[in-house]
Design a protein around this ligand. Structure first.
Ligand SMILES: C[S@@+](CC[C@H](N)C(=O)[O-])C[C@H]1O[C@@H](n2cnc3c(N)ncnc32)[C@H](O)[C@@H]1O
Length: 278
């Protein structure tokens, strides 16, 4: 252990605790400007932490899990607040004469922006049915697929009634006939009809959803995995090291971690083990 590591670990902890207190102070109203500013600053902080050794120490001490339990729900509330704004803008764009291209004004760090690189190396020509699990009120990954691929059927799966209604409203406003938004829980549905599946990194439980994909998807399926990278584990549960077989990594993408500190992988479904015995 480096001589100054305890002090550096303390510095990191003090900074995280200060953000925790500040975020706790504006929990009452997640759409307040104070919350948005604090969350933006926090995301910038975790993007620029440069002490990997201290962060590894924090993870090894089990403290990252504790922060994640607090920060995970908050980042979802933050994204919801952002998506609400994006949704209103997109509905307004849908009323422009001749519609609007692109469909959404995508923030540089959002899912829409990174989708292109996530698809590198996937044979989209062979793909007929795409599932976005946890499509959200502003289903930007689906909108990307609508604009940039010819996949026949694009399905958004969502469990939250409000998000379902908002996503459907947007799809109807633009008249996007290839997109269907359906009610469902990622950890329960049958994935047998899909060739390509992308679970949102916000889908919980993350591992159970991958287990369900591993159990019900068909051979040849491709899964886009969004996985926390480095300080991204403060926000999202890592699953790459515990992938349920026969899911396996077949490629990783060159995409930048971006604001939510995510890496993107393509998973394939290896051969299922034959059952033995009765
Ligand atoms: C905020 S959105 C972000 C997705 C982003 N718009 C995109 O297209 O990549 C994530 C959504 O996942 C949904 N979600 C979380 N867990 C889920 C689950 N187990 N099944 C279905 N939806 C889920 C949440 O309700 C939320 O609306």
């Amino acid at each position: 252990m480096s001589a100054f590591l305890p002090e550096r670990l303390d510095r990191l902890r003090i900074a995280l605790e200060a953000y925790r207190r500040r975020l706790e102070g504006c929990l009452g109203d997640p759409s307040s400007p104070e919350f948005t500013v604090a969350m933006n600053e926090f995301l910038e902080f975790i993007r620029t932490v440069d002490d990997r050794e201290a962060y590894a120490e924090l993870e090894a001490g089990g403290q990252v899990d504790r922060y994640r339990a607090f920060l995970g729900p908050l980042v979802l509330r933050f994204i919801w607040a952002m998506e609400r704004v994006g949704h209103a803008q997109a509905v307004a764009r849908s009323r422009w004469p001749g519609g609007s291209t692109p469909l959404v004004e995508a923030p540089a760090w959002g899912a829409y922006t990174h989708m292109g690189q996530s698809l590198e190396g996937i044979a989209l020509g062979a793909c007929r049915q795409f599932a976005m699990v946890g499509c959200g009120p502003l289903p930007d990954s689906l909108l990307y697929m609508e604009e940039h691929t010819d996949i026949e059927s694009l399905v958004g799966i969502e469990r939250d009634p409000k998000a379902l209604g908002m996503a459907r409203e947007l799809v109807a406003a633009f008249g996007l006939e290839r997109i269907r938004i359906v009610e469902g829980e990622g950890e329960r549905i049958d994935y047998g009809e899909f060739d390509l599946i992308c679970p949102s990194v916000f889908v919980t439980p993350r591992l159970a959803t991958l287990e369900r994909i591993a159990a019900t998807a068909r051979e040849g399926v491709r899964v886009i995995l969004r996985e926390p990278f480095y300080t991204g584990t403060l926000l999202f549960e890592p699953v790459l090291d515990v992938l349920p077989p026969p899911l396996e990594v077949i490629a990783d993408s060159r995409s930048e971690p971006g604001r939510l500190m995510l890496k993107r992988y393509v998973l394939g479904l290896g051969r299922r083990r034959e059952r033995t015995g009765p």
